[in-house]
Design a protein around this ligand. Sequence first.
Ligand SMILES: Nc1ncnc2c1ncn2[C@@H]1O[C@H](COP(=O)(O)OP(=O)(O)OP(=O)(O)O)[C@@H](O)[C@H]1O
Ligand SMILES: [Mg+2]
Length: 496
Amino acid sequence: MLEGLKAVDSTNLPPEGDGTIRALSRIGYDLSDALADLIDNSIDAGASRAEITIYRSDDEVTSVTIADDGRGMSDAELRIGMQFAARTDHNPNDLGAFGLGLKSASFSQCETLTVISRKAGTTAAARWSVEQIGKDWKCELLESAASEAEFRRLCIPAKRPVTGTIVVWDRLTRLAVGSGDHDLDEFLANEVAIIEAHLGLVFHRFLTAGSLILTIVVKHERRSLALPRTVKPRDPFDYRRSGSEGWPKKLITELPGVGTLNMEAHIWPAGSLADGYLLGAKSGLRWQGFYFYRNHRIIQAGGWNGVVRNEPDNDLALARVSIELPPGGLEMNVQKSALQVTAAQEQAFLGAQGDGITFEEYLEEARKVCTSARRANKAPKNVPLVPGQGIPMPVRRTAQKILASSGPHQELDFVWQVLDQEELFRLDLAETRVLLNKNYRREILGEASASATDAPIIKILIFLLFKDDFERFRFSAKRNAYLKACNALLLEAIGI
Ligand SMILES: Nc1ncnc2c1ncn2[C@@H]1O[C@H](COP(=O)(O)OP(=O)(O)OP(=O)(O)O)[C@@H](O)[C@H]1O
Ligand SMILES: [Mg+2]
């Protein structure tokens, strides 16, 4: 439009440091997103382990480190890596995209970022601080021998730390500082649970495949004992039986500007309390919608991107759709936590079809399953319940004879799974099974050894005590309180 206007001079206008860093620290990362961005880097570096360590004193979180055993960086690579919007060579399968994550995620949480990296027998280290950026964009390069010693001190415990990277956040700005010991304990317990839930979800495919082991540990400066917690995968599609027969179904759509998109439309069984359904929340309602994966990492978990109005929709509580993004993908935000979908793309999602159904028909079916389950809630199931998987076969046969006169019956399975600390067992109504807390298996078994049909007495007693609960669709507040009390008593009894 203004091609006719001729330049008479030019001036170099580098970004103003202070303002840039202030703006960057406010682009809306929360702690879990910021950590996920750093784990992306560890995965891109081929790490098989990554450990997040939160260092604390009595009343303060002092530092956070993220250590991995990936391929590390040479001195030259580290200099590029520290640069904002670094021009790095990514292949299409990488999680990194913008050359910014390390810096933007870190400065959303802290004022000093140090990176120590070891590769090919040498250690390189560099440090950014907000003051230096504000003054003259000078990144400090740190002495090698001392950095090597720090690397050994802070790296993931291994027989011989060969390569890897440690990102250190000092002078934290967002991690709340408690007023007393107790406050901080509570705050950290809560925060670690949120981080675990988020990372378990975002990286669930890597964690399930075993290609990444992710741990979180809180270290107190005066206490020596600090047990790392392993982040367990939270797969939003991990149900045993679909909520409707014949599902999930595959759908395909042509997305303007992107190309062909493969979708898988799922319907969860109603009333589930499975980890994969609740994803760390009290109810699964908010988790309905699209799950966008890019190179196996979740970019967006739930939400309909405007395709369904007035979300969350009570009747779509069971509807979840996994979508594989091509490497180019949709436009994602810098924090890689949401996608921008245009109006034309919204229409394309609505027009998706495949497996003899359309997207609209899928929504209809998901609504139907939800509403009929709500109605069925009032009518109890009438087939007798008998002990199933997890119980020795002779006991199961006897139970079928006594409780179901060898006629039609439904089986209640027993499964060991990691549950919350205050639970010894959980009744999973939707999947008709009892979950037993794997973390207490040793205490429950005593001298006996673990097997598929271990702890038969405790399992049968739980069966007898709670079998009638499986005629419900959900628990009343009173029943919930009773179940909590039972859990507390049993934990007390096994000495937890
Ligand atoms: N843990 C790590 N191990 C090895 N190299 C790393 C690590 N973290 C960062 N790097 C290097 O530093 C570069 C810059 O990282 P940064 O997270 O800022 O950007 P990115 O990963 O390229 O893209 P994005 O902004 O999407 O995260 C990476 O491309 C990588 O080469
Ligand atoms: Mg990155």
